[in-house]
Write a protein of this length. Structure first.
Length: 320
């Protein structure tokens, strides 16, 4: 086993999707429209470990139909059993996108099967950390990922979990406290994962936006996030943008120009309850965000499971 310092870089998942998928102004697809009539308690995930036509150690998932595909995320995490439960260990690997197989989104495990011991386990740690060595999780939106295939290495297992938005997209207020990471001409925002609501961690979707005068095309804000610090208690990004957009190229009437709030595709960061993320935006931009909480337990899968299995999306119980 390798040893590592106790500090671990937070896990960051890029928000996925094409222009239409990431734009709030898109028309709903037939799948999205049909999903509105379904009930979450009737939704089933199907996974098949006897994936015909794929390499060994491949799982094929068919995601369930849910009431609102924009509200749900599907997390896949490479894991190994932790043979030293008194310590926290990690896998130095992650799932990376590969060439699509027909209509399936396809991912393969990239990394080592060797575990890395990081620190002694404490009661404040995650119960999952005590039981498994975990690699970097992959968080997928339901839109555009109805079927997903994942190929692992020998000795690597896979776990999954549903996450659901705790509410609508919110607008963050600028931080009243000066921050050393904020360059001149930028405004700092601090977003904190809630505590005391029963969840160990939350995904925070960071959505820089700007009011712009645009035509009838679908527009997405240009820009990129730069990581400034990645400590467990200090996670900071600077978002750099010139305010221009990418757009579709439909012919629009001259009178179609109107002011709209245009969003960037954004990124998603995983934070422990009570932990924060700081984002510095150029002046004149708007910082919006959305929180996602776990929906049910983390479910480990193994190749000992033969055939096809199904599992429903559990319903979150509200904390008192």
């Amino acid at each position: 086993m390798k040893t590592l310092a106790t500090k671990r870089a937070p896990l960051v998942t890029l928000a996925l999707g094409l222009l239409c998928a990431s734009s709030l102004g898109c028309h709903a697809t037939k799948e999205a429209q049909d999903s509105q009539a379904e009930h979450a308690e009737d939704a089933l995930l199907t996974y098949d470990v006897d994936a015909v036509g794929f390499p060994p150690h491949t799982f094929v998932f068919t995601l369930p139909v849910v009431p609102s595909i924009e509200d749900y995320r599907f997390e896949l995490t490479p894991i190994q059993h932790n043979t030293s439960p008194c310590s926290v260990c990690m896998l130095s690997g992650r799932l990376v996108s590969s060439e699509s197989q027909g209509e399936l989104s396809y991912y393969v495990y990239d990394g080592s099967s060797e575990t890395i011991t990081s620190q002694d386990y404490t009661p404040k740690g995650s119960a999952r950390q005590a039981k498994y060595c975990v690699g970097e999780p992959l968080l997928l939106p339901f839109r555009g990922n109805r079927q997903v295939a994942v190929t692992l290495q020998a000795g690597i297992q896979l776990g999954y979990r549903y996450w659901k938005a705790t509410g609508a997209i919110e607008v963050a207020k600028p931080s009243a406290t000066p921050h050393s990471h904020s360059p001149k001409g930028f405004v700092p925002y601090v977003i904190t994962a809630p505590e005391g609501l029963g969840a160990e961690s939350y995904y925070i979707e960071l959505i820089p936006s700007k009011l712009l005068e645009v035509d009838c095309n679908i527009h997405v804000l240009n820009g990129k996030f730069e990581l400034q610090s990645d400590g467990e208690s200090d996670l900071t990004y600077i978002f750099r943008s010139d305010g221009t957009t990418l757009s579709t190229r439909m012919g629009c009437p001259e009178e179609s120009l109107e002011e709209k709030l245009i969003r960037h595709p954004g990124i998603v960061v995983l934070r422990q309850a009570g932990a924060s993320v700081e984002v510095c935006l150029p002046e004149g931009f708007i910082m919006r965000y959305r929180l996602y909480a776990p929906e049910g337990d983390f479910v480990p899968l193994s190749e000992e499971t033969k055939g096809t299995a199904t599992r429903s999306i559990p319903q979150r119980t509200q904390a008192n």
